[in-house]
Design a protein around this ligand. Sequence first.
Ligand code: THU
Length: 160
Amino acid sequence: MKAVKIETTLEIYNTIKDLPQEIQNLMEAAVKARENAYAPYSNFKVGAAILLQNQKVVTGSNQENASYPSGLCAERTAIYYAGAQYPKAKMLKIAVTASSQNQITDTPIPPCGACRQAIAEYEIKQNHPIEIYFMGVKGKVVKSNSLANLLPLAFDHSFL
Ligand code: THU
């Protein structure tokens, strides 16, 4: 038997103001997108904004459904839109923000496992890391330099 230790490195910022203006703008786009969330069942609104290499910003929000599993997270709404509209443009950075109607969300809300898998697909496809920034409504921001940091042992095309 051999034990394998997997380590990851994330950067934690006390406030979005500690990040460059470009990231503040991207997070602002995510906040605006969050307002368009359709979340009548969870009351948990999420916004995502993706900066593409062509400098366009693509946004998405969670879209829920009375048939719960038919809904989609903000990150995948945004990333599939980016993939569909700009298939040749690399995705450089993603900002994500979440807010709950039940409490003030002041801790960073990480992307769910399914969204990590979806983001991993594009990171591998474009062979270029995607920076991820996530936060609540206010407070700390977590930065990951690459999706790979958030999804060790990812399932990818090489297994097919
Ligand atoms: N949600 C997202 O949009 N992104 C995530 O990464 C986690 C969860 C949404 C899905 C659902 O509409 C609501 O948040 C509660 O799970």
